[in-house]
Design a protein around this ligand. Structure first.
Ligand SMILES: C[S@@+](CC[C@H](N)C(=O)[O-])C[C@H]1O[C@@H](n2cnc3c(N)ncnc32)[C@H](O)[C@@H]1O
Length: 217
């Protein structure tokens, strides 16, 4: 029962407990947030979108580099939008960081807006991941990159990698599954990148590029 409540908070933090879980994620997920930001290789002028930004740690790191472009976020937890706005208050005030409350499947951004779109530990919870990936493809500029950082499915239960993991509200993926889903959504040049020397199993992401201006699928 308690486990279910905690799991729900990771999916969509809310209220006081949500704020506590958000603070915990900020610490526990810091290594893979930092690693993901390093893989993005951002430039000062980049327009970047994070889907499911939680406490806003990756956005805070990106704001050190992206000083002329925009760092935009979307998250469907009001508690996390509030927490991330506080964490990034200075950059929000300057207009460099813009944090939106909303669902990744219905993104309120124009076509061809972003150079890079990324997400960390969030896709497991998206009810319509295929639709969300098509939205990401739509809002990316031609040549833009999507990057999804995950704990791969076989690491959720290392004692039994073949065990069926996940619930109706939380679905872990393998790298190959995400490669397939990205391809279906229109992305090309997909690749899996991981830090094999790290003890953090979530330093693992799947990348895709938008190389065509329409889905050739
Ligand atoms: C486990 S937390 C990860 C947060 C952060 N990226 C990190 O690494 O700590 C998942 C986040 O994704 C958000 N999220 C889950 N499903 C979403 C959806 N369909 N649309 C928007 N945000 C979503 C949650 O509200 C939560 O903030």
């Amino acid at each position: 029962m308690l486990g279910k409540i905690i799991d729900g908070q990771y999916r969509r933090p809310s209220g006081l407990l949500g704020r506590y879980i958000g603070n915990r994620m900020a610490v526990d997920h810091y290594p893979e947030n930092l690693w993901t930001v390093s893989i993005l290789q951002s430039k000062a002028t980049d327009w970047i979108l994070e889907c499911g930004f939680g406490a806003g740690v990756a956005i805070q790191e990106l704001a050190r580099v992206v000083t002329q472009g925009r760092i935009v976020g979307i998250d469907f937890s009001e508690t996390m939008v509030d927490a991330a706005r506080k964490r990034n208050a200075v950059a929000v005030k300057r207009g460099i960081v813009q944090l939106h409350y909303g669902d990744v499947s219905t993104m309120p951004f124009g076509d061809d807006t972003f150079d890079k779109v990324f997400s960390i530990h969030s896709i497991y919870f998206w009810p319509k991941p295929g639709e969300a990936l098509r939205q990401i493809w739509r809002v990316l500029k031609l040549g833009g990159m999507v990057l999804l950082t995950i704990l791969p499915k076989d690491k959720w239960n290392p004692a039994n990698p073949d065990a069926l993991v996940g619930t109706a509200e939380c679905k872990p993926y393998s790298g190959n599954e995400l490669v397939h889903m990205l391809t279906e959504a229109g992305f090309s040049k997909t690749q899996v990148v991981s830090d094999e020397h790290s003890e953090v199993p979530s330093k693992y992401c799947v990348i895709g590029l938008k190389v065509n201006d329409r889905v050739t699928g």
